[in-house]
Write a protein that binds this ligand. Structure first.
Ligand code: DAT
Length: 173
């Protein structure tokens, strides 16, 4: 018998720390980390380019098809800066990472974002766009916001989520 494992969604504005948290969580728990942006790039799962937001447009249907088998198996940590097009049934828990403006500004600037792209992403965080998207897409009880400003925040998030995963595995096997 295969051990049942939970699926987690890490979402939030670009730069809040999803990749950092997701990769380290995978290291610590043995779950599989999947970055949806990279998956789309590797599989060329795009349907054009958004000139206004300066990013490729995800082919959401093909991304969902591509992920379906893995998600059904369980044990996936999915990372993406959006969340309204994934099937609700995929996730046992959803974390929305949140970062204060000053921190986020510096992170995005050092990533090379500038002008409108930088401003749009800062606004996205101020208006809690992704949190609202998550709250509308998933049951309230499974959606949690996590502060992601400092290395101490990262460490606390790692500890808490690792414990949650262990507890879920104990309860479901
Ligand atoms: P995302 O995947 O959400 O775009 P990331 O993991 O690439 O974000 O992180 C963006 C930058 O911020 C990267 O240089 C690492 C840093 N970072 C992430 N989480 C952090 C935290 N809790 N405290 C300080 N810096 C953090």
């Amino acid at each position: 018998m295969m051990l049942r494992k939970p699926n987690l969604l890490l979402t939030g504005t670009p730069g809040v720390g999803k990749t950092t948290l997701g990769k380290e969580l995978a290291e610590r728990t043995g779950l599989t980390y999947i970055n949806v942006g990279d998956l789309a790039k590797d599989g060329e799962l795009f349907e054009g380019y958004d000139e206004e937001y300066e990013c490729p447009i995800l082919d959401e249907d093909r991304v969902v098809d591509e992920l379906e088998d893995k998600m059904s198996e369980g044990g996936v940590i999915l990372d993406y800066h959006g969340c309204d097009f994934f099937p609700e049934r995929w996730f046992h828990i959803v974390f929305v990472l949140r970062t204060d403006n000053s921190f986020l500004y510096d992170r995005l600037e050092s990533r090379g974002y500038k002008g409108k792209k930088l401003q749009d992403n800062i606004q996205c965080e101020i208006f809690q766009t992704i949190y609202e998207e998550a709250a509308e897409s998933y049951r309230q009880e499974i959606v949690h916001q996590l502060p992601s400003n400092t290395p101490e925040d990262l460490e606390r998030n790692l500890d808490q989520i690792t414990q949650w995963i262990q507890q879920w595995i104990n309860d479901n096997n």
